[in-house]
Design a protein around this ligand. Structure first.
Ligand SMILES: C[S@@+](CC[C@H](N)C(=O)[O-])C[C@H]1O[C@@H](n2cnc3c(N)ncnc32)[C@H](O)[C@@H]1O
Length: 311
């Protein structure tokens, strides 16, 4: 049973091949869950709700994959609900994604209003980078509500799992992690699930994880190369005198052409905007450049000013 959603396709494939049933819990699944339910009536049920409203109603799960709202309150209570529903003797296998950085010791709130205020840390829609404990401007997941503080009590997914395991000494649960892709994790008792524990760190499981990492690395490498090429074609960062003279020439030609052929105003505006944009500004705010291309407003004013001066 995945709590989250995007891994659901793989699990449905697995259930169709080897038997079993997948329940997916997600208030806003990022896929067409109704179509998937129609296509897999025996193996798939979608529960469109928060995990804490649903877990207790599903009594026959053998394995949970927790990958939903990555904050202490939700993960801790998901585990407590599983424990209440299944008891210590039947406590199922529980697996996790995002057990390590950035959400190991930092809460994320998909919908802050669903978390009781006393469990909610101060948060901001701002990014995270491994080099800083504070939220930063350049980093990952800056579009999500992330806790401002890293670490401390009742903060983050791994902290929630550790607290739960500490407070529930039976059934002798251990925490297992594979430290890639933001952390894949599992809690299980060796006595009850010896095969799962053995397989978790087996060469074939680790090889599978490495293959996914390598494929993601290659994808990102290709994207970075494409972006770098695009960026370089806009701008040459060398600030030599020759370069500056080239810019000045470019601006003059552009302004002169615009004065002569007003119908080429847009093309010349774009050229001029590219040439006169300070490099530091372009580096800090590449979006601004796109905005100027889009609206052209700032550059139009500059062109008009140049034209007036040159008259
Ligand atoms: C981290 S994403 C899962 C994606 C997954 N890591 C993957 O790549 O396949 C989290 C998902 O959890 C869902 N979600 C957020 N809060 C939830 C909650 N309280 N219960 C269940 N799902 C939740 C979100 O709608 C989102 O689709």
């Amino acid at each position: 049973m995945p709590i989250g959603g995007l891994n659901t396709a793989k699990l449905i494939q697995y259930a169709n091949r080897f038997g079993g049933k997948v329940y997916s819990i997600d208030p806003l699944p990022g896929f067409d869950s109704e179509e998937w339910e129609r296509e897999n009536p025996d193996t798939f049920t979608m529960c469109r709700d928060l995990s804490l409203n649903v877990i207790k109603t599903i009594k026959d799960a053998q394995c949970f994959l927790i990958d939903g709202d990555h904050n202490w309150y939700t993960v801790y209570n998901e585990l407590c609900q599983i424990y209440e529903a299944y008891g210590e003797d039947n406590f199922p296998l529980v697996m996790f994604h995002d057990i390590l950085w950035p959400y190991d010791r930092r809460d994320l709130y998909y919908s802050p209003e669903t978390i009781p205020a006393i469990y909610r840390h101060d948060y901001e829609k701002k990014a995270m980078a491994p080099s800083s404990k504070n939220l930063v401007n350049e980093g990952i997941n800056g579009y999500l509500f992330n806790a401002k503080e890293y670490g401390g009590e009742k903060n983050g997914v791994l902290t929630a799992i550790e607290d739960f395991v500490k407070e529930h000494p039976t059934p002798n649960l251990d925490i297992y992690t594979i430290d890639v892709l933001h952390g894949l994790g599992m809690i299980a008792s060796k006595e009850k699930y010896p095969e799962a524990v053995e397989h978790f760190y087996s060469a074939s499981a680790l090889k599978g994880a490495m293959q996914i990492c390598e494929s993601e690395r290659l994808d990102k490498s290709v994207k970075i190369n494409a972006l770098t090429k695009k960026y370089r074609s806009f701008w040459t960062p060398k600030k030599s005198l020759r370069q500056v003279l080239k810019w000045v020439r470019c601006i003059r030609i552009s302004v002169r052409d615009t004065a002569r052929k007003p119908h080429y105003l847009r093309e010349n505006t774009i050229l001029t905007a590219t040439a006169i944009m300070p490099h530091s500004l372009l580096k800090k705010r590449p979006n601004l450049f796109v905005l100027i291309l889009w609206t052209d407003i700032a550059a139009y004013w500059k062109i008009l000013a140049y034209m007036t001066v040159m008259k």
